[in-house]
Design a protein around this ligand. Structure first.
Ligand code: NAP
Ligand code: MG
Length: 500
């Protein structure tokens, strides 16, 4: 694979000024310092240098933010607003996101590392799209009328869907802005108020989103944003007795902690967790799409996708051709800083992730796997790693079983559908899966048999604000996106009326 050179890139003037001063947290409509006065640094993954400083929230700040969210939920303009007024605000926020696309994309690339092309084409536009989709739902949250059998028709019953209340939302660093939108969009549409804790590695775009939300006109306290660390701010939010619901995206390990922390007041929980998704290529697949599709499935976003197609299964008759094709695609990727227009694979998000992924590469090689391409840390002071294809992989190897969250795919041959389906399902995860075949019956049979929340047929990583997304098994609880997302943020109330 090639390496791009350091870019000479002139940042948007708003980005330069945004980074110059330490960023505060958003509580009750005000930008405030943390109670402790502490701040923390966020880094540029392309260089390892400090990018900016951010107020470090902990328990005390979370407590204030929850109080502000409670107040905004119970009194003031928000609970008085009509559904269409809420929808308008969300739509306005989408407009502002688009209006500030250049700036937001640069901020996202600087903080996360991803190539600017993707921040511009994927992250910011799909964030705006999500808000628009959810804006439409604000005026369509309906209950039912319920035909009763009890007591000879003396009673009439209907159901209402009401906002669940104050919501805590904890998000990861792989798609910082988009993950914020997946959380905020449905919660705001149904009328909740919220406290968002962005990932410590990538707090900047969420804070800028907070500014845009104020500009859009969201009343004080509806959206509170508290950057900080997981063990302090995140844990305090998950355990807070006055939070009605916690929504989390991140590792399965932390997902379990969230579930425990939530048990104190039995707050509702939704979890979007890890994956080790199978990507299955049959001998009758159209290889000119299946090969680049399989490469994108693992290398998109530096492999830092919960849906990453990290276990590639290829029919034995085409194994060499497909694996060599994916390897060739990996060699063509230009690894470099996200701001360089020639880059198509940026750095990983942090030194910690780089060490993690390199640790997996070492363990794979030590266990007997062979890297036909990549296998090493990348050059330079940034957190670069080479896109890697591993063969000679055995099911007991860590690289085959565990989520790596980097640009590393294991390729394994198979003989028939009856063999590959149990192998594909043999994982604690169940987030996504893909099948490449021209045989429509086989495609549907596999789509039926795969234990995963999303199955792609002859494509990969297709998402839409309207289509539910979430995990089977240890990949999570609940579904985000689509109408299903509204269920995460509403309570159902049944009302009986005596007609007698
Ligand atoms: P993580 O620890 O699960 O972080 C996700 C979010 O949870 C962050 O905001 C984090 O805050 C917060 N958090 C951490 N510990 C917490 C706690 N005890 N209570 C409440 N919140 C807490 O993930 P990570 O450490 O960044 O990455 C580790 C691995 O997780 C990755 O290698 C990958 O396998 C997986 N991951 C999965 C996804 C996904 O989309 N499914 C996303 C990211 C990572 P801090 O940022 O301050 O720690
Ligand atoms: Mg950063």
């Amino acid at each position: 694979m090639a390496t791009t050179t350091a870019p000479t890139f002139t940042l948007h003037k708003n980005v330069t000024s945004f980074l110059k001063t330490p960023r505060k947290m958003l509580i009750g409509g005000e930008w405030v310092d943390s109670v402790s006065g502490k701040t923390f640094e966020t880094f540029n993954p392309a260089t390892g240098e400090v990018l900016g400083r951010v107020a470090e929230g902990d328990r005390a700040d979370i407590d204030q933010a929850v109080k502000a969210a409670r107040k905004a939920f119970e009194s003031g303009p928000w609970p008085e607003m009509s559904p269409s007024q809420r929808g308008r605000l969300i739509w306005k926020l989408a407009d502002l996101l688009e209006h500030n696309l250049d700036e937001l994309a640069e901020l996202e690339t600087l903080d996360n590392g991803k190539p600017l092309f993707f921040s511009r084409m994927v992250d910011v536009p799909s964030t705006a799209d999500l808000f628009r989709y959810m804006a439409g739902w604000a005026s369509k949250i309906e209950g039912n009328t319920i035909p009763l059998s009890a007591r000879g028709g003396q009673y009439f019953a209907y159901s209402l869907r009401e906002p669940i209340g104050v919501v805590g939302q904890i998000i990861p660093w792989n798609f910082p802005l988009m993950m914020a939108a997946w959380k905020l969009g449905p919660a705001l549409a149904v009328g909740c108020t919220l406290v968002l804790k962005p990932a410590e590695q990538t707090p900047l775009s969420a804070l800028r989103l907070g500014e845009l939300a104020i500009e859009a006109g969201f009343p004080p306290g509806v959206i509170n944003i508290v950057p900080g660390f997981g063990e302090t701010a995140g844990a305090a939010l998950a355990a807070h007795p006055d939070v009605d619901k916690i929504a989390f995206t991140g590792s399965t390990e932390v997902g379990k902690l969230i579930l425990q922390a939530a048990s104190g007041n039995l707050k509702k929980v939704s979890l979007e967790l890890g994956g080790k998704s199978p990507n299955i290529v049959f001998q009758d697949a159209e290889l000119k799409t299946a090969i680049p599709g399989s490469a994108n499935a693992i290398f998109f976003n530096q492999g830092q996708c919960c849906t990453a197609g990290s276990r590639l299964f290829v029919h034995k008759t085409i194994f060499d051709e497909v694996v060599e094709g994916v390897g060739k695609a990996a060699r063509k990727l230009r690894v470099g800083p996200g701001l360089d227009p020639n880059t198509n694979l940026g750095p990983l998000v942090s030194q910690e992730q780089l060490d993690r992924v390199c640790g997996y590469l070492e363990s794979g090689i030590k266990d007997g796997a062979k890297a036909i391409v990549g296998g090493q840390k990348g050059a330079g002071s940034g957190y670069f790693v080479e896109p890697t294809v591993l063969v000679d992989v055995k099911p007991e190897m860590k690289v085959y079983r565990e989520e790596i969250f980097g640009p590393v795919v294991t390729a394994v041959p198979f003989s028939d559908p009856e063999e590959v389906l149990p192998s594909a399902n043999s994982t604690v995860y169940g987030l996504a899966a893909a099948v490449w075949t021209r045989d429509i019956s086989k495609a549907h049979r596999l789509a039926n048999g795969l234990r995963a929340g999303t199955v792609w047929v002859n494509c990969y990583d297709v998402f839409d604000a309207a289509a539910p997304f979430g995990g089977f098994k240890m990949s999570g609880i609940g579904r985000e996106l689509g109408e299903y997302a509204l269920e995460l943020y509403t309570e159902v109330k049944t009302v009986y009326v005596n007609l007698g």
